[in-house]
Design a binder for this molecule. Sequence first.
Ligand SMILES: [Zn+2]
Length: 203
Amino acid sequence: MPKAIEELTALIAELPGLGPRQARRIVQYLLRAQPSYKKKLIERIEALSEHIAQCTRCYRYDEMAQNKLCSLCTNENRDATTLMVVEKDVDVEGVEASGIYKGQYFVLGTLMPLTETRKTAQAPRTTLLKERATEKGLREIILAFATTPEGDYTARELKTELETAARGANITILGRGLSLGAEIEYADRETLRNALQNRRAEF
Ligand SMILES: [Zn+2]
């Protein structure tokens, strides 16, 4: 196999959800694709690093509004007393699309795996979240994770971690409405609204 094809195939195979077979198909497609398409693809990938950055407050990727902060973190109309912790960027998009929440966010990046020891299982941003939880004026921290064993485990672990860090803020989880195994990013508006309204501090 020519080196150019081999190297591109290996790179594409690293993408989530793709294996070597799919990667080979994509490379075959690119070989036949219009030069203008390939040029646009390269430009769009480059634009990701040029225009999109990780917000230094909520850790989601967005166009930076000011001071390395995203449009949500710099929006003064949003409720600063409520912080919703989610697993990933698309969860923020899902909740935002539902239009039912007007507070702040924190993207944890990953859930804690059940299989590892407690020390290594710490989500990488737990320390950053604990710092955020100490902020004055925060009244509630909502742990909004998927209703999976990993999501439940992460919520319980974080509750323990945050209870000492958060000064008087209530720590809650989403309540009834989300079915077992439900992912926040795929939940519809009504489901999210119910889950948010029924959130609870006992878990
Ligand atoms: Zn932000």
